[in-house]
Design a binder for this molecule. Structure first.
Ligand code: KIV
Ligand code: NA
Length: 279
């Protein structure tokens, strides 16, 4: 597969062909995403919960994001890679945002960065893009700001809130973002914002009128224990947890019964050699 570049993504957008994006947080999850033909792979800070067992994304450190970006990058994917900027690593000043973005590129080895926020982040987006680092913006439900939003709530449900979403989208576009994630937004609002922009929108919980879609891989592939909360917008395409459970419980049973390892899993030794050894 030919490497996906920013030009490939722009051409998909021009052809009105939906852009596919999925998260990955390590070498195997990046490999499977790439083999499945994803256009973009996001090392999302959602790895805080799905890979590190943290309560929310506010806990994950830049150093941790760098480690996971690096392991994804080592899969040498054709998919265009994006690294999330963790909370605290970019909000203080555009200079801080650029410094962090440079580390994500140089040490994380991904091709672009993503940050949360609209109008207020425009100077940071402009600073990062001025250094030749492509930026994905993220507006609507921005999980890093969950405490200020009053939790994980749909954004853009009122006229005023939809207008704010649109002005944020235009602001990040004008600042130089090459695409924008719209999270948890009514479908008709996301579709209209998409029409007003000249950069692709990538939706998550934003209906099918966006220029592309993104989901958290662990959620959509069903690699989580029964009972875990999954947002309404997630479609569970697989049941990786059940398959893992099946394999591991069968292994346990076969070890206990000595059915495993069988002769075919065992290294042979010439009989004479063993007779000699036995003495
Ligand atoms: O961290 C993440 O996985 C994300 C996507 C859900 C957009 O930001
Ligand atoms: Na994120």
């Amino acid at each position: 597969r030919k490497p996906v570049t920013i030009n490939t993504l722009q051409s998909l957008y021009r052809k009105n062909e939906p852009i596919t994006m999925i998260t990955a947080h390590d070498f195997p999850s990046a490999h499977v995403a790439d083999h499945a033909g994803m256009d973009m792979i996001l090392v999302g800070d959602s790895l805080a919960m799905v890979a590190l067992g943290m309560e929310d994304t506010s806990e994950v450190l830049l150093e941790e994001m760098l480690l996971h970006c690096r392991s994804v990058a080592r899969a040498k994917t054709a998919a265009f890679t994006v690294g999330d900027m963790p909370m605290g690593s970019y909000e203080i000043a555009p200079e801080q945002a650029l410094e962090t973005a440079i580390r994500i590129i140089k040490e994380g080895r991904v091709k672009s960065v993503k940050l949360e926020g609209g109008k207020e982040m425009a100077p940071a987006i402009a600073k990062i893009t001025s250094a030749g680092i492509p930026v994905v913006a993220h507006i609507g439900l921005t999980p890093q700001r969950q405490n200020a939003l009053g939790g994980f709530r749909v954004q853009g449900k009122s006229t005023a809130s939809a207008l704010k979403l649109l002005s944020d989208a235009l602001a990040v576009q004008d600042a130089g973002a090459f695409c924008v994630v719209l999270e948890a937004v009514p479908a008709e609002v996301a579709a209209l914002v998409t029409k007003k922009l000249i950069i692709p929108t990538i939706g998550i919980g934003a209906g099918n009128g966006t220029s592309g879609q993104v989901l958290v891989q662990v959620d959509m592939s069903g690699y989580f224990p029964p009972g875990r909360f999954i947002p309404k917008f997630v479609k569970k395409y697989g049941d990786v947890w059940s398959e893992s459970m099946r394999a591991l419980t069968e292994y346990k049973t076969e070890v206990k019964s000595r059915a495993y390892p069988a002769p075919e899993h065992t290294y042979p030794m010439p009989k004479e050699e063993f007779t000699e050894f036995e003495k």
